[in-house]
Ligand binder design. Sequence first.
Ligand SMILES: [Zn+2]
Length: 110
Amino acid sequence: MKNIHCVVFGHNYKVTKRVTYYVKEYTCSRCKKQLTTNGNGNLVPLTPKFKEINDVLERIHQNRHLKSRMKHESDAIEHEELDYIEIKHKVSSIDRMPTINTESLLVFKH
Ligand SMILES: [Zn+2]
């Protein structure tokens, strides 16, 4: 969906979802283009993979929020960054699973 207003004036992004303290999802109110914050704090297009990561992050964030209300906020953010790396790693290993299976089959043949 192309919107001439966005091309001329730029997108008009609004926060549509707060995933964690610093990961948010944005949607352009005119053309509905979606962005999210990645692990480096940059804005990137909201692809299905980032949606998946954000869903997991949101669940972890909500659980932690309930469990550790007494904890200092900066501690939570520190843990959150670690979670993000772990989740990224998990998601990419799911992607690579067929390759890993083929490799282990080859190992068994030796
Ligand atoms: Zn737009």
